[in-house]
Ligand binder design. Structure first.
Ligand code: SF4
Length: 268
């Protein structure tokens, strides 16, 4: 059984004695102060929950440690990304962008500043599918995009190599290995699975989670993208209409096929 990773707040950190840790915090100074007494090998990433802070103190701190910048209102917050560009000198930095109206502006700003992006796609309604399609078009065809935009990149590579990776892994939400610890210490599954009491063995692998819990509905059972998705979009509402997200998977698959054909022609 792989070691669990805990997404934990700074306040809850002192009580947590096991596992790998992703530490979330609002205040960079407090983050540095608390982590000064922690075993650095346990900390695999930090997440800043507010962009409206001065992150300069993190620039030369713990070089190489991945940093995530979590947005809550991407259409309004994207100008704040400029403040955090210097983090890139010493850290891999990824911007977490919830798929809400206007999120495309934040993606474009993040990519222009050389940040990687992790989308939080939720269960997007039709208007957001259109915005996602526009961002996917940008990702696929804009030559200046040098950083990954997940989940597009992971899904594209899965189609290209014909080795599909479920979105639970692509988006770092794998229930096999990740737990979310609330501020009062309760341990939950992460994100869209929070509150689920799953009927799987404690050491179940992701494939078992998918087969026994995550993608068991009729639509998932017959879905052509089941291996690439893993039932991700049926949570938390199992009645979500997947027509739009399937269309996006289709675009990614076609792009991967085209890329493979182009590369085969070059090799011939
Ligand atoms: S796209 Fe929808 S139907 Fe297909 S596997 Fe994912 S959640 Fe299930």
């Amino acid at each position: 059984m792989p070691e669990l990773t805990y997404d934990i707040s700074l306040q809850g950190l002192p009580a947590r004695r096991t596992g790998r840790l992703i530490v979330r915090a609002d205040d960079p100074e407090a983050l540095i102060a608390v982590l000064a007494t922690e075993d650095p090998d346990r900390i695999i990433a930090v997440q800043l929950l507010s962009l409206d802070v001065d992150s300069e103190s993190l620039n030369a701190w713990a070089p190489g440690l991945p940093v995530e910048l979590a947005m809550t209102d991407p259409a309004a917050e994207f100008p704040l990304l400029y403040r955090h560009v210097n983090l890139l000198d010493q850290h891999p930095v990824r911007v977490v962008i919830p798929v809400q109206s206007g999120f495309a502006k934040a993606v474009r700003a993040a990519v222009a500043l050389d940040f990687a992006v992790r989308l939080e796609p939720g269960q997007p309604e039709p208007a957001l599918i259109d915005e996602l399609a526009a961002v996917l078009e940008f990702y696929l065809h804009q030559p200046t995009v040098a950083q990954p935009i997940e989940y597009f990149q992971g899904a594209l590579l899965g189609f290209y190599h014909q080795e599909p990776v479920p979105l639970w892994q692509v988006l770092d939400e794998d229930p096999e290995v990740l737990r979310y610890v609330t501020d009062d210490g309760a341990e939950l599954l992460y994100g869209r699975l929070a509150g689920l009491d799953p009927a799987v063995a404690p050491d179940a692998e992701l494939a078992a989670w998918i087969n026994q819990v995550l993608a068991t509905g009729d639509e998932c059972q017959t879905c052509e993208f089941r291996q690439n998705c893993g039932g991700y979009f049926k949570w938390p509402r199992p009645d979500y209409d997947c027509a739009g997200v399937k269309r996006l998977f289709g675009v990614l698959r076609a792009a991967a096929d085209e890329l493979r054909r182009d590369l085969e022609e070059i090799r011939e």
